[in-house]
Design a protein around this ligand. Structure first.
Ligand SMILES: *[C@@H]1O[C@H](CO)[C@@H](O)[C@H](O)[C@H]1NC(C)=O
Ligand SMILES: *[C@@H]1O[C@H](CO)[C@@H](O)[C@H](O)[C@H]1NC(C)=O
Ligand SMILES: *[C@@H]1O[C@H](CO)[C@@H](O)[C@H](O)[C@H]1NC(C)=O
Ligand SMILES: *[C@@H]1O[C@H](CO)[C@@H](O)[C@H](O)[C@H]1NC(C)=O
Ligand SMILES: *[C@@H]1O[C@H](CO)[C@@H](O)[C@H](O)[C@H]1NC(C)=O
Length: 198
């Protein structure tokens, strides 16, 4: 991770904190189970609502599966009608129970510049109805939020999420993390011209 200029990053973060405030969150929703492991998507959406975040990442999200015939991302995004998450993206990582299973990012802020996605081992959702050993078919998604710092510096804020799998005694997780580092290097760190924050 030597390409991260931590000192510089933290300086920039502390500088912009005074002018910019974005609340980020992340939540593994277990496809809408509550803390007692009983399915209740309303409760999940209400919990997220109370977090009062601007941007949230969700893991273990269903989309029209046999077990939950609903677009969970859309439901959560629109749960608070007044302050809805106007931008949202569900990335189907696996074809599952005649629907999709994956991760999502929801944002109340709509000035998202771009969305980037990567599937571990480049396995498509269609290739993964039944996951094989060492590949549970997950991946990550990343959004870029442009921000003008001090009116003249174009700063990029990247916010991403993943769902790592503890397979092969942890080796799979390690494999996946290495792929993230490689992908980040190739697609952002090595080629980015603007200063950025992850
Ligand atoms: C689901 O959660 C909501 C919000 O907490 C609650 O009002 C509702 O009664 C719950 N539904 C069931 C079936 O328990
Ligand atoms: C969920 O699946 C439906 C049907 O395939 C699709 O139209 C919809 O866009 C998906 N939802 C999201 C948030 O991507
Ligand atoms: C996935 O595909 C990209 C682009 O072709 C390639 O650079 C990368 O090495 C692949 N990842 C793996 C784990 O095979
Ligand atoms: C996934 O890709 C990594 C890196 O190329 C490789 O070491 C690993 O064996 C692959 N896993 C599977 C299940 O194909
Ligand atoms: C990109 O980053 C990787 C480290 O992840 C490094 O090995 C490689 O040399 C870099 N490539 C360029 C063109 O700077």
């Amino acid at each position: 991770m030597k390409h991260f200029h931590f000192v510089l990053l933290w300086l920039i973060i502390s500088c912009i904190l005074s002018t910019l405030s974005i609340r980020f969150g992340t939540y593994n929703i277990q496809s809408g189970s509550n803390f007692a492991h009983v399915y209740n998507l309303t409760e999940t959406a209400e919990t997220i609502n109370q977090l009062d975040v601007d941007i949230i990442a969700l893991q273990e999200v269903d989309n029209f599966t046999d077990r939950h015939l609903i677009d969970q991302t859309l439901y959560i995004a629109q749960y608070n009608k007044i302050q809805s998450f106007e931008y949202f993206h569900f990335e189907k990582m696996r074809n599952f129970q005649n629907g999709g299973y994956g991760i999502s990012i929801l944002s109340k802020q709509t000035s998202i510049k771009r969305l980037l996605t990567y599937h571990y081992n480049n396995t498509t959702a269609e290739q993964c109805v039944i996951p094989k050993e060492g590949d549970y078919c997950q991946g990550f998604i990343l959004i870029e939020i442009p921000f003008k710092y001090q009116d003249n510096i174009d700063l990029s804020i990247y916010f991403g999420t993943t769902h790592l799998v503890i397979g092969l005694n942890g080796l799979q997780q390690f494999n996946e993390v290495k792929q993230i580092v490689q992908w980040m290097s190739d697609n952002i760190i090595n080629i980015s011209k603007n200063p950025y924050i992850f």
